[in-house]
Write a protein that binds this ligand. Structure first.
Ligand code: 13P
Length: 254
């Protein structure tokens, strides 16, 4: 049966790589993409801000999209050190990750802040990759579904649609640890997210909106995760820094 949604394979490079590293990695991905007729997936890379412009030049025309890892909710102004969605659009970004757990934890980002950022992203006609996910303590306490529901409701932008939002479910305890929930646990959360999206946006829109899994996705577990009915791609950290691993994950989409 064909997939209901075209998978999105998203690389979150986090705070890794100098200019030459980013351009080299981008060039390797472009070469792999060039050798591939009719890929079964969309691909986006989200480099650190310092490298976005040059990676954008390296991937131009390749079919690989450009993204960023965060933005400020405002368009411009006195926000030292911040970057706006307008600026990212100006560099050619099409996607912006908002609400990653590392932002929520390290920078105190609340659902309300994440929602404001997501609204800034969609107002620039970019796509927000809205991240949600429980901590290990929340899972151990049996609160995973409640936490995910609340984060989703609080973080989605007002005018969310399948065209401007991608949801990424990233259990915090799975990020960078080599641990993942079981396939059944992942599917349970993704099905809940889709049911909640249907309540909020209507069944048709929810059926089109992509929900990614993130957290220790690697070449050896990607196939099983990407085969789950409500998993529409991956948000990949560590393995996105190696072109072969990132590509192998992408090629796991059937
Ligand atoms: P890892 O793939 O390194 O676990 O990171 C996942 C992540 O946080 C992507 O945003």
């Amino acid at each position: 049966m064909p997939r209901p949604r075209r998978p999105l394979i998203a690389g979150n490079w986090k705070m890794n790589g100098l200019l030459s590293d980013g351009v080299t990695l981008a060039g390797e991905l472009v070469a792999l993409m060039k050798g591939r007729l009719n890929p079964a997936f969309d691909m986006v890379v989200c480099p650190p801000f310092t490298v976005i412009a040059d990676v954008g030049k390296a991937i131009a025309g390749s079919g690989i999209a450009l993204g960023a890892q965060d933005c400020h909710a405002a368009e411009k102004g006195a926000h030292t050190g911040d970057i706006s969605a307008v600026m990212l659009a100006d560099l050619g970004c099409r996607f912006v990750i908002v609400g990653h757990s590392e932002r929520r934890t390290n920078h105190g980002e609340t659902d309300a802040i994440v929602k404001a950022k997501a609204e800034a992203v969609v107002s620039r006609r970019l796509t927000a990759i809205v991240c949600i996910g429980e901590t290990e303590a929340e899972r151990d306490a049996g609160n995973t579904l409640d936490v995910v529901k609340a984060q989703l409701a609080g973080s989605l932008p007002g005018k969310a649609s399948a065209a401007n939002v991608v949801v990424a479910y990233e259990p915090v305890w799975a990020i960078g640890t080599g641990r993942t929930p079981s396939d059944d646990e992942v599917q349970e959360v993704h099905a809940l997210i889709r049911a909640r999206l249907a309540d909020a946006l209507g069944a048709e829109e929810a059926a089109r909106l992509r929900v990614l899994y993130g957290g220790s996705m690697k070449p050896d577990n990607a196939h099983a995760l990407l085969a789950l009915p409500d998993v529409d791609g991956g948000l990949i950290g560590g393995a996105s820094l190696k072109s072969r691993d990132f590509w192998a994950i992408a090629e796991s989409c059937l």
